[in-house]
Design a protein around this ligand. Structure first.
Ligand code: HEC
Length: 187
């Protein structure tokens, strides 16, 4: 009799501890997403380039969805360089042209075809750490003005938190143009 009470008591304790652990892991996942949002919105200002705007207002329906497909971008030419202008951008501030060619802020939403849906956490961290497209050192370098050299200095847990948050935002279908070389052709 005493023995079976003991076993029941032990089982109850095990169940309580297991529930406690799973609540804690949900909590720490939530904390990570919250922290990621804080870094993205308040510290690293990813939306400054990755969210299109009209005038001074961000287009919240396109939050972190990148340069709107087929929308205008500013072309660069040597006359701008002679005038000391090294970066040209349309009013959306999502496309950038300079002596390097043209770059378009990419779609950071989890959309599978046009965003980071098929990316892994490892690709994301390697892209920001190495400055190579999709985190593969055999790929081209990421174009300016993406400030990856700064983000590369973040610690692993901050980069993981950013990634965790980016997985939770609304997926937006928006096929961003590929980068262009200085001749205006696909790189
Ligand atoms: C000053 C503008 C700017 C800011 C701020 C910025 N980005 Fe970017 N980002 C860009 C541009 C432009 C590209 C496109 C570069 C390219 O295609 O080579 C880009 C590309 C990327 C890519 C794709 C890289 C690849 O492998 O092709 C990722 C991922 C990314 N940014 C994440 C972020 C995150 C996360 C933040 C905030 C922590 C951020 N960016 C802040 C401008 C910016």
């Amino acid at each position: 009799m005493n023995r079976s009470k003991y076993i029941i008591g032990l089982a109850v304790i095990v169940i309580i501890v297991a529930i406690g652990i799973s609540i804690k892991s949900v909590d720490s996942q939530n904390d990570m997403v919250e922290r990621g949002k804080y870094i993205v919105d308040a510290v690293a200002a990813c939306g400054f380039c990755h969210t299109p705007r009209t005038g001074t207002e961000y287009n919240e329906d396109m939050y972190l969805a990148g340069h709107v497909a087929n929308s205008p971008y500013s072309r660069y030419d040597m006359s701008l360089m002679q005038r000391g202008i090294f970066l040209a951008s349309p009013a959306t501030l999502t496309a950038f042209s300079g002596p390097f060619g043209s770059s378009f802020a990419t779609n950071l939403t989890p959309d599978k075809e046009t965003g980071l849906g098929e990316w892994t956490e490892d690709m994301f961290i390697k892209a920001l750490r190495t400055g190579h497209h999709q985190g593969n050192v055999d790929n081209r370098k990421i174009f300016p003005p993406m400030p990856w050299k700064h983000y590369a200095q973040m610690n692993d847990s901050d980069l993981k938190a950013i990634w965790a948050y980016l997985r939770t935002i609304k997926p937006v279908k928006n096929e961003v143009s590929p980068v262009l070389n200085p001749m205006g052709r696909p790189y």
